[in-house]
Structure formats: C-alpha cells, structure tokens
Write a protein that binds this ligand. Structure first.
Ligand code: ADP
Length: 540
C-alpha cells in the first residue's frame, strides 16, 4: 500500500460546535426550559457555555471514558452536554425518562454512570431511584439558581456550576473511534441494550444527514427537533443543525400543538421532525384554530410508519413536505429517507407523492441495505419480495455495550428485526416488525399497511392491528381503534371504509375501540394489545 498523504485529523464531536461558533457564531439557539422563560443564545455563546460545562465536569471528577447520564428534555442545557461530555472524552448516556423505573435503574447501573444531570421535572423520579443507583455519586439539576431545588439527593445547580467557571477550554485530541454517546433501546422485549456511538460515527452521520438526498439543510433553515434528545439523539439534529449553520429551536417537553405552533410562527421554523403522534396533535391544532404552518417547509417523520393521510394533509392543506425516515437506535439512527428523485418525478406528481408517502425512504450513502430470504439469499429490488432487512456501515452497531460478542455476521451485516422490500428506485418499505407479522392461513398480512388505510377513515386517531390466534387460520388480524375526541364510530363504519381499499382476506376479524397503548418511544405497543385481546377470536 502507498499511504495517502493527507492529514489524519480525527473526526470529533466537539469540532462541530467549534466550527458552528466560528463560521455561524451569530446564529441563534433558542430554547424553552422547565419552569423558566425562553432563553436565546448563539453558537458562539453555546461554545463558551460548553467550555464552562467541560471545566465543571472536570471539577466534578469526570475523566475520559467515564459515563455521564442525563434525564432531560430538548433544551439548550442538554444540548451543551451533547458537546461538553464527548468533548472531554467522556461518554454521554441519554436516558429515556418515559421508561419504567426498573428500566431506568437498570440502564444507569449497567452504564455505570457516575454523574446524573436531570431536569427539574424528574426530581421526584430521581429521588425515588437514588437508593437503587449503584454508581451515581453526583446529581446536578439542569436549572437556574432561581428555579433550583436540591431535593433529597442534594443536587447541585447547573447554572451555578457554569457561573463558577471561566470561558475557554483546551479540548483534548481524541481517537475518532472512541465512544461518545450511549443510547439504550427501549427493551420492549428483554432488558434495554446499550448502543455506543463513536465520535467518527456521529460526525459522519451529521454530515450525511444534511445532504440533499436526506434533510437537505442550508444556512437559511431553522431546525426544531421534536423527537427527543434522549431517544437516539433526536435523529442527530443537535449535530446536523450546527454543522449546516441552521438556527436551532428547542421545545423542551412542550410538544403539544399550541406550544409547537407558537415556536413555529415566532421563530420561523422551516424544518422539524418527530414521531407521528406529535404531528397528529399538531394537525388537529391547526384544524381547530384555522392556523397555517408559517414558514415550515419540511417535516421529517419516523419511528413508526407515517400514515399516508398525514403526509397528504401536510402537503395539500399547508404546503409542507413530509419526509418519511426509517432508522433505529442501532443505526444512530438514520437509515433511509424518502426524498424525490428525477426517475420518480418523471412519472408525474401523483406517482411521486405515492412513492414517497408509502415508502420509508431511499438508499443513502453511508448505510448499506439488503433484504434477505430465510436462506440468507438477497431478494431482488422489485418492490415485492419481502424479507429480513439487514444494514451495515460506519454508524451501524457492531456490538452492544458490555456485550460479549458482535451482533453482526461475518460480513458486518446487522439484522434489524424489520421485514421490508426494496424497489427498482432504491426505495425501502417496511411491511412489519418481525415479531409483529401476521400469518393467516400461510399468507402474510401487513399490519402497517392495514393501519395506514384505517387511519385515513374519518374519526380515527390511531389504528393498531395485531395478529391473534384463530382456531382455523392460525392467526387473524384484529384492529384496535382510538377515535378522535367526540367522534362516533362503529365497527360497521370502519369495515365499510376498509372494504373498497383492501383485499378481502385482510379484513380484520374484529374492530375494537379503546385507548391504543404506546411504548416509551411513542410506538404502538403491540405486545400489550396482544396480551389484552389475544383470546378474542378463540371462541370463534
Ligand atoms: P425502540 O427503542 O423503541 O426500539 P428504535 O427507534 O430503535 O426505538 O426503534 C426502531 C424501530 O422502529 C425500527 O426497527 C422499526 O421497526 C421502527 N421504525 C422506525 N421508523 C419507522 C418507519 N418510518 N416506519 C415503520 N417503522 C419504523
């Protein structure tokens, strides 16, 4: 080999913020906070606060490789820790506060976190968990002096810690393959599993996600992440926004329609993203108030399948383009994004819309995808043949944190647990989670497709389809519907709506009404539905 003669500058997370401070220093970072007024900062200001945070972390005894945990919303203080902790060479462990107490305790003990930063909303939770936390020695509340409460854990005050330090910090040079962020999967089956993102993976992901084939950012964009910073780093937006010089707007936990609308209008938000349930609430708010979406141009939606009706309403009523995204904690999390291509555009606007509204997204540089059959043979890109979705690339998992073996095959492919197809245009479509597939009389029924049709039925807020045991057909689909407030819906009405839109044998054997349970990451909790309604057809 003749070595290349270019510099081997390691890719480091902190360099993203240093760049933003230098190149876009005056661009704003605006944030809601818990029980405090909205604050406004800039990338230059954020670098200075991050330098102080790094010094404070050192003073608290944090060293390279140590785990520093957070239980925190989408705020500027949390954003600062996204840079200060990895910047020091330590590892930021963002924990999902919506998990059960036992799961949060498990994660903090498994990660061996020494310091825990938390928002005031979680004081009672932290007090409750503290006796079971084996390694956390220091608690810091992400608050101002005026809002601070030490509680039973004797928490320190974040703003006081920052005030005690001075600007400026000499950031260490790190190995780009060092761990930077540790995110746990929600563990709906089994214990949560830790995915440790490297500096290199995060930086490459941040560059790739801004590409035109993906989020398509430019310096005029105003980005508001409404996916949680604690869930797979809010799709990397806290990194992708500064790298592109975009203004950043952080909504804290206030993700209801009215609060989001206020920020969208007042801050000129052009780009936002989150799970479908947030946008159901937002669209309902616009409908009720007769409002418009201001300067909003694109909404990226993922985490679970985007109902076609949602994408259509955004475009036709509000002129907003929906970009569906698929990813998972194990892919840091970007996998595919549904953006137009000339080949699809040539088929006409209707065909283009159809394709990008009903597919999870198209192949992106940096993450390879393939669909394989039971024997591991690759399926053709025909949009029909479904199989296990496998991925690999520089921001795909190799091994879980503290795991004993790799979770990829000899060629580096990771089995996502999803069932998918890929079409001739390179668009991938998820038909189901492997554990949620419905097999009726030997044939597959896609629960996601059925839900997508049902959710467009007037009055339906959420539709969930699961397969339950059936005496004759092994399994048949049943549908659980959560209706919009005040909507009167009957089983007959829903079935009449579905009839012309689906093949007959996909018709759910029962349509039930009630609250659809959601997981801590906002997905339909199909296991809970199967547990509750698993036997409804056994008398059939
Ligand atoms: P959790 O911790 O809840 O598992 P993840 O974000 O890691 O959270 O979940 C990833 C899974 O979410 C994917 O494997 C897939 O099943 C599902 N998912 C993500 N985006 C989509 C989408 N656009 N359509 C359908 N399913 C999706």
């Amino acid at each position: 080999m003749i070595p290349g003669l270019m510099q081997q500058t390691p890719l480091q997370v902190i360099d993203i913020l240093k760049f933003a401070a230098r190149a876009h220093g005056g661009v704003e970072v605006v944030s809601r906070l818990v029980d405090e007024p909205i604050v406004r900062s800039t990338y230059a200001g954020e670098l200075r606060r991050t330098e102080r945070a790094a010094k404070a972390l050192q003073r608290l005894g944090v060293r390279a490789g140590d785990r520093v945990a957070t239980l925190a919303w989408n705020t500027l203080r949390h954003f600062e820790l996204f840079y200060a902790v990895p910047g020091l060479g330590a590892i930021l462990n963002t924990v999902n506060p919506r998990l059960f107490d036992e799961q949060i305790t498990y994660i903090l003990n498994h990660a061996e976190a020494g310091v825990l930063f938390f928002d005031k909303s979680f004081l009672a939770l932290v007090e409750r968990l503290a006796p079971k936390l084996e390694t956390v020695k220091t608690f810091v509340m992400l608050s101002d002096e005026s809002a601070h409460e030490p509680g039973a854990v004797g928490a320190q005050c974040y703003e006081r810690l920052l005030a005690q330090e001075s600007d400026g910090f000499v950031w260490p040079t790190l190995d780009e393959n060092a761990g930077a962020m540790l995110c746990y999967t929600s563990g709906t089956t089994g214990e949560p599993k830790g995915v440790l993102y490297s500096h290199r993976g995060i930086v490459l992901h941040a560059i790739a996600s801004g590409l035109n084939s993906a989020f398509g950012f430019d310096a005029f964009d105003v980005v508001m992440p409404c996916s949680s910073l604690f869930h797979a780093s809010a799709w990397g937006l806290p990194f992708a926004a500064p790298i592109n010089g975009c203004k950043l707007v952080l909504p804290c936990e206030k993700m209801d329609g009215a609060h989001l609308q206020e920020l969208i209008l007042n801050e000129g938000v052009t780009f936002t993203g989150g799970v479908p349930t947030i946008w159901t609430m937002y669209l309902a708010h616009l409908e009720q108030t007769g409002g418009n979406a201001g300067k909003l141009k694109r909404v990226v939606i993922g985490g679970s399948a985007v109902p076609r009706a949602m994408a259509e309403t955004f475009k036709r009523k509000y002129g907003v383009q929906v970009l569906q995204i698929w990813g998972m904690t194990e892919t840091a999390p970007l996998g595919v994004i549904a953006t137009p291509t000339p080949a699809l555009a040539a088929l006409g606007e209707d065909k283009l819309d159809e394709a990008i509204w009903t597919r999870q997204g198209r192949l992106q540089f940096g993450i390879e995808l393939k669909v394989v059959d039971e024997n591991g043979a690759e399926a053709p890109h025909d949009g029909e043949t479904s199989g296990a979705l496998m991925v690999r690339g520089p921001w795909t998992i190799q091994r879980y944190f503290r795991g004993e073996r790799d979770v990829v095959d000899a060629d580096g492919w990771f089995d996502t647990g999803d069932i998918a197809t890929i079409d001739q245009f390179g668009f991938m479509r998820i038909t189901d989670r492997k554990k949620d597939v419905i097999k009726s009389g030997g044939e597959w029924i896609s629960s996601i497709d059925l839900e997508n049709v049902a959710v467009a039925c007037p009055g339906v807020k959420i539709a969930a389809v699961v397969g339950v045991p059936h005496p004759k057909w092994e399994e048949r689909p049943i549908m659980l519907i959560e209706a919009h407030e005040g909507a009167e819906l009957s089983e007959q009405q829903v079935l009449a709506y579905l009839a012309p839109r689906i093949v007959k044998w996909w018709t759910p054997d029962r349509v039930l009404f009630g609250l659809v349970p959601l997981t801590a990451t906002g997905k339909i909790n199909k296991k809970a539905i199967r547990d509750a309604y698993g036997q409804v057809l056994m008398g059939a």
